[in-house]
Design a protein around this ligand. Structure first.
Ligand code: HEC
Ligand code: HEC
Ligand code: HEC
Length: 207
């Protein structure tokens, strides 16, 4: 009996050591039955894939933010491979052009990356109904964005939420970058790995 307990303890020790080397994914997803959207009694919920199963292999975004997946990285790393067009005749249009939007007060400047958008979206999603295609040509500001206009048409609805200030406000004032279109190649984004309360760190930019 004592031998068995010893062996069990050793196994337990090994298991804990292994678990300690694997960084634990802190993300938790609600079961469909508990999400307040699906009918917990309905026959469908037992057939549908649970979010955790679908999303846990995806590159992580912050715990608790949106659906907790960094979709731009998921696409760039090839974890998902959405098809570009259903019909051969559809022209796939992509543009690699960063626009710096500098009217941000003391917040870091906004870098709008065309590439990260046109990998998913056609130009017509934004031009000309939401944005005139002219750098500095749109009267954007945070108030109207929070009211669901301009960037707020999508961010907070289908793309990462507006509470992720630093994702958009990513260019520190200390960086020698002028407003408007930027020369190629566009900047490669580092994943934002740290959430900063903008009220505490307004001047510092993204460092
Ligand atoms: C998600 C929205 C979105 C999509 C999709 C999009 N754009 Fe833009 N585009 C913008 C924004 C925002 C600006 C900057 C507007 C500003 O500064 O007021 C801009 C600016 C431009 C400009 C002006 C650049 C300059 O030098 O002034 C051009 C040209 C342009 N876009 C072309 C395109 C083309 C071509 C596509 C498709 C391949 C496209 N855009 C897709 C949002 C978008
Ligand atoms: C989806 C992108 C996005 C996110 C997320 C975002 N902003 Fe903005 N913000 C903008 C754009 C675009 C402008 C206007 C820039 C321009 O016109 O040159 C702006 C402007 C501002 C300004 C300038 C003054 C004003 O009222 O317009 C402040 C301050 C600001 N944002 C604060 C914040 C804070 C704080 C957060 C997080 C709670 C945040 N922003 C999140 C895109 C964003
Ligand atoms: C038509 C919808 C739409 C509009 C309008 C839009 N976005 Fe986005 N944006 C997306 C989608 C979709 C993604 C990719 C999914 C995600 O990251 O949540 C994205 C991703 C991004 C990223 C992440 C880039 C990266 O490499 O991780 C930034 C930054 C961004 N948007 C800024 C802006 C700013 C600033 C504006 C307004 C000037 C804006 N977006 C307007 C749909 C939109």
């Amino acid at each position: 009996m004592r031998l068995l307990t010893g062996a069990l303890l050793m196994l337990l020790g090994l298991a804990t050591a292994w678990a300690a080397t694997e960084p634990k994914d802190p993300r938790v997803w609600l079961q469909l039955q508990q999400d307040g959207i699906h009918d917990p009694e309905g026959p469908g919920v037992t057939v549908l894939q649970q979010p955790e199963e679908a999303l846990k292999e995806m590159p992580p975004d912050f715990q608790g933010v949106g659906n907790q997946v960094d979709w731009v990285r998921a696409l760039n790393q090839g974890v998902i491979q959405p098809i570009d067009n259903l019909y051969e005749a559809t022209e796939v249009r992509r543009l690699d052009l960063d626009i710096i939007m500098p009217n941000t007060g003391e917040m870091p400047k906004v870098r709008f990356p065309h590439k990260a958008h046109t990998d998913w979206l056609d130009c017509s999603n934004c031009h000309d109904k939401i944005f005139i295609p002219k750098a500095g040509g749109n009267p954007t500001n945070m108030f109207v964005i929070l009211a669901g206009e301009y960037c707020g048409r999508c961010h907070g609805a289908v793309s990462f939420p507006l509470t992720e200030c630093r994702r958009c406000h990513s260019v520190a004032w200390s960086e020698p970058v002028k407003g408007g279109p930027q020369p190629l190649p566009s900047r490669v984004y580092e994943p934002v790995t740290e959430q900063v309360d903008p009220r505490l760190k307004q001047q510092g930019g993204n460092q």
